[in-house]
Write a protein that binds this ligand. Structure first.
Ligand code: PRP
Length: 209
């Protein structure tokens, strides 16, 4: 059996839909339950549902053989994983946003950046030689500029509604993020056939075969 860790939340529905198209299905009852570990109808795959940021942790430690997780999470993680496939699901952008589109030139002194993505933010501003103070938050980041906690945010944008409804505008785009299949290095060696079967069926589904 192969264990696949899936990030709860934005990734979960699209990951399960893609897996179903690839013939790997879990019953609706199981999906709608609050169980955090489920086995698919064939009995060949076990799914565990964890916080997105924990997917690389479970896979790197070999508790899960594979994972489905956004590139945003992988950019923040230092886990050593194989990344065989871009699944193209749950597409969103990682952006810098502020109240004023010209905020980069207007902020006096050190720019304060609120974010859940401190590594991504540090790397982005660092590469441009812009000194920033990173303010680490765990959610509702869009509130920070209006409340005076930060000058800018680095966050995910999917539809853009959250930014708009909180009076923010995109200042810069850092990266596009989509769901990725990640694989534990040892599982890739020890469960070669099973992992290859999963990769091939997902790949064929993505290519419309
Ligand atoms: C993300 C992100 C934004 C929102 C953007 O949060 O942090 O708040 O989605 O989506 P939109 O552009 O479609 O409005 P998420 O739903 O992952 O929740 P979280 O902030 O609690 O992590």
């Amino acid at each position: 059996m192969i264990t696949i860790a899936i990030g709860k939340g934005r990734m979960q529905d699209s990951a399960l839909a893609l897996l179903a198209r690839a013939g790997i299905r879990v019953s609706d009852d199981a999906v709608n339950s609050r169980r955090l570990a489920l086995v698919d109808e064939s009995g060949k795959y076990r799914f565990i549902f964890v916080k997105p940021a924990d997917v690389p942790v479970y896979v790197e430690h070999g508790i899960a053989d594979c994972g489905i997780v956004g590139r945003d999470v992988l950019l923040e993680s230092e886990a050593d994983l194989l990344l065989p496939l871009d699944l193209g699901i749950s597409r969103c952008r990682i952006v810098v946003a502020a109240v004023d589109a010209n905020a980069m030139t207007k902020v006096q002194g050190m720019i304060r950046v609120a974010t859940k993505y401190s590594q991504i933010a540090r790397a982005h501003f660092g590469a441009r030689g812009i000194p920033v103070e990173i303010i680490q938050l765990s959610g509702s980041v869009e509130l920070a500029p209006a409340l005076g906690l930060a000058d800018m945010i680095v966050d995910l944008v999917e539809t853009g509604v959250t930014l708009r409804e909180n009076g923010l505008t995109v200042v810069d785009e850092i990266a596009v993020s989509t769901g990725r299949l990640v694989v534990n290095r040892a599982s890739y060696q020890l469960k070669t056939e099973e992992v290859a079967r999963l990769v091939t069926s997902l790949e064929s589904t993505l290519n419309g075969k």
